[in-house]
Design a protein around this ligand. Structure first.
Ligand code: PHE
Length: 347
């Protein structure tokens, strides 16, 4: 019995605690009824009477020492709870920082800007909440003109006709009114229309407007500029097609198509394996364009006898969908990271 006491004494001396788990181990060994110390008491009852005095003394000393240590340990842990929470294993690998990625619409917008930067276009900005004059009036949409019907929007204030802009052409009016030609600028931004949401339409989307006003700007300049853009964006084989169209603020006006190479052995170049996008026609529309109507320049204080200009507007969603073969427009606004993280660094 005395050897067992000695052994426990030694273990007690060596025992130290760093945290609550250690304290619990300590109690299991020395304090609880079923601990080794507890069983020592049980064994004590069994020993012959003549040994009881000596052994009893030893047990009592050990018991005292255990109690002292217990108080010490508890005090220590109470004081060090704050530092304990900082204890960590420096050999563990760190939790990797996951980098975010830019939205595909952002990537394509920046790409468009960088393509036009190379031929001297800067960028301009305009408000998303517009008045009737900047969105419609100055652009030759007469009050009851049916062209307004195609661009129904959300009115912020019906009396004063304050609305969410339906196109970035409103920025033309702002820039023409505030500056003098030569003007060569891009206006990327968000636009709004009162449309039901589907795979191909949304009430919020993005356009890039581009316009160039100077002396002697011609339709040939417009064609060459957009051909350059299409080839930079979709590859050197790309062709452009201008289909006669109508916009109140351009004359003549055209719908801009880019070619989808039907002879591509892998299927049409834009559609991939399917013919879903060009529908077997070999052409896909990406925007509108035309020569700026002299009336628009006049409305903004620019003399149309002295200056001419062209303008175009392309849909960023449309170009992004073609570039990455995205089939559903709604993916852009769903914020699903599994979708969003696929697009960084493709250029
Ligand atoms: N603003 C027109 C639209 O949204 C596009 C366009 C821009 C057409 C510039 C001609 C010139 O439909």
């Amino acid at each position: 019995m005395l050897t067992k006491i000695k052994e426990l004494k030694l273990q007690l001396e060596e025992f130290n605690v760093k945290n609550q788990t250690d304290l619990e181990t300590f109690k299991t060994k020395f304090v609880y009824k079923k601990s080794e110390m507890g069983s020592l008491f049980d064994a004590f009852r069994e020993i012959p009477n003549d040994q009881k005095k000596l052994v009893g003394q030893e047990i009592n000393i050990l018991k005292k020492e255990i109690e002292e240590k217990l108080i010490l340990f508890e005090e220590f842990l109470q004081k060090s709870t704050t530092t304990e929470s900082f204890e960590y294993d420096i050999s563990l690998p760190s939790i990797p920082e996951t980098l975010g990625s830019r939205h595909p619409i952002t990537l394509i917008r920046e790409k468009i800007i960088s393509i036009f930067e190379k031929i001297g276009f800067n960028t301009s900005d305009g408000p998303e909440i517009e008045d009737d004059w900047h969105n419609f009036g100055a652009l030759n949409f007469a009050d009851n003109h049916p062209a307004r019907e195609m661009q129904d929007t959300f009115f912020v204030n019906n009396q004063e006709k304050i609305l969410l802009r339906t196109h970035t052409s409103s920025v033309q009016v702002r820039i023409f009114t505030d500056s003098k030609p030569p003007i060569r600028t891009l206006a990327p931004g968000r636009v709004f229309r009162n449309e039901a949401i589907s795979a191909r339409a949304h009430c919020v989307f993005h356009q890039v407007e581009g316009f160039f006003v100077d002396k002697n700007v011609s339709f040939a300049d417009l064609k060459q500029t957009l051909l350059y853009f299409a080839q930079e964006m979709f590859g050197p084989e790309t062709k452009v097609r201008f289909r006669p169209s109508y916009f109140p603020f351009t004359e003549p006006s055209a719908e801009l198509d880019i070619s989808c190479d039907m002879n591509n052995p892998k299927g049409c170049s834009l559609c991939g394996g399917s013919r879903n996008i060009c529908k077997g026609s070999g052409w896909v529309e990406i925007g509108g364009a035309g020569m700026i109507d002299p009336e628009v320049l006049k409305n903004c204080g620019i003399n149309p006898e002295e200056f001419t200009g062209f303008a175009f507007g392309v849909g960023i969603e449309r170009i992004t969908m073609l570039k990455y073969r995205i089939k559903d427009l709604r993916l852009f606004t769903e914020n699903d990271v599994r979708f969003l993280k696929q697009f960084e660094d493709v250029f």
